[in-house]
Ligand binder design. Structure first.
Ligand SMILES: *Cc1c(COP(=O)(O)O)cnc(C)c1O
Length: 361
């Protein structure tokens, strides 16, 4: 006997990257920050007493939202009411789908993208329309009119894009938000690693449009993937139904709220790691280029490298794994000859290069 709904019975679950226990593994497979959170976060953690856990947490993480409004310099027309704090970015994705999409409707994704979108949509019971990115991993031509024709209720765009690292400009997003009739969901999980000289900042879009929802997370840039905390930014008409109706009453816990607040109040500390990662990104890209593993210029904390013939991406992935280095191979269209490598510390990156050279010699 099974009690599952039909679509749950039929669907497959999300395949997460491997999370090995061994500290000896060089882990470059799930885009974590190679450095721990800064001393202010450690101090905040040490300052938590078990007695603090007796009471329920603040239901909408209001103190953290106040800090985030300052961090993003929201105002004068927007502020904490334009922010929802969620249990990881993944919860925000689920809330957006369950709050804005009827089961008979569809979501659209620029493909390839984050496979969790498909899983969440299928679990919800709506359908998914995929629009292929162009050869340079840029958004499809005439994307807005294609989306409008499809009738999609939400369009998910990862920016900078995963797994390519390609960044779409704010001007392009603004045009898309203007032309698209549904909700434009900009997934900025990796935005902290964008070169500051580019001056990318999409947050003004939440004042200009009532259909832009931006995802930010503490998992990647702020080294807090284990804590499960993230947030969304958008017009109040998008935020309110999720904040006051569809999210769990106490969706983020006291520890997560406290540590995320410390992280954002001391963001300069995380910002030093972003700059380090950008330098290592250039270094690793150059080193890999030299041995024929060419990659797209990345604005993220990973590189998508093309494995040169006669080598096969899956074999290289397996060989590295045998040597204790984990990277990511996706057995998906357009990615079969590619590997996604998270940027590690200088030492980790050097070991990767040395071992990769051994494997191909
Ligand atoms: C990591 C990631 C997220 C969110 O991750 P959380 O850990 O749930 O905050 C969202 N989108 C993409 C593309 C990601 O890589």
């Amino acid at each position: 006997m099974t009690y599952e709904r039909e679509n749950i019975k039929r669907m497959e679950g999300y395949t997460s990257g491997e999370q090995p226990d061994s500290p000896d593994i060089i882990k470059l497979n799930t885009n974590e920050n190679p450095f721990p959170p800064g001393p202010a976060v450690a101090q905040a953690l040490a300052g938590i007493s078990v007695n603090d856990l007796r009471r329920y947490p603040q239901p909408t993480a209001s103190h953290l939202r106040d800090c985030l409004a300052i961090y993003h310099q929201l105002g004068p027309t927007s502020g904490p009411d334009n922010i929802i704090v969620t249990k990881g970015g993944d919860e925000l994705l689920r809330l957006a789908i369950s709050t804005f999409v009827e089961e008979a409707e569809s979501i659209a994704v620029a493909a390839p993208g984050y496979s969790l979108y498909d899983v969440l949509a299928t679990a919800h019971g709506c359908s998914i329309q995929k629009f292929d990115l162009d050869n340079h991993w840029k958004l499809p031509e005439n994307f807005a009119s294609k989306l409008n024709q499809s009738g999609a209720k939400i369009c998910f765009v990862v920016n900078p894009h995963a797994p390519s690292g390609q960044l779409c400009s704010v001007a392009e997003l603004r045009q898309l938000a203007n032309d698209f009739q549904g909700v434009l969901f900009i997934d900025e999980a990796y935005v902290d690693f964008v070169d500051p000289e580019i001056g990318y900042d999409s947050t003004p879009l939440i004042n200009e449009f009532d259909n832009v929802l931006i995802l930010r997370t503490f998992s990647k840039g702020f080294s807090l993937a284990g804590l499960r905390i993230a947030y969304g930014l958008g017009a109040q008409s998008l935020i309110d139904p999720m904040q006051y109706k569809t999210k769990d009453s106490y969706n983020t816990d006291f520890i997560a709220q406290t540590l995320a607040t410390a992280a954002i109040e001391n963001y300069q500390c995380a910002a030093e790691t972003w700059s380090y990662v950008r330098n290592q990104r250039d270094y690793l890209k150059n080193q890999l280029d030299k041995i024929g593993f060419i990659s797209n210029p990345s604005q993220s904390n990973f590189l998508l490298v093309t494995v040169p013939a006669p080598f096969e991406a899956e074999n290289i992935y397996q060989s590295l794994k045998q040597k204790g280095i984990l990277i990511r191979y996706f057995n998906l269209p357009r990615l079969q000859d590619k590997l996604r490598i998270s940027i590690g510390t200088e030492a980790e990156n050097n070991i990767l290069i040395t071992i990769l050279k051994e494997i191909i010699s």
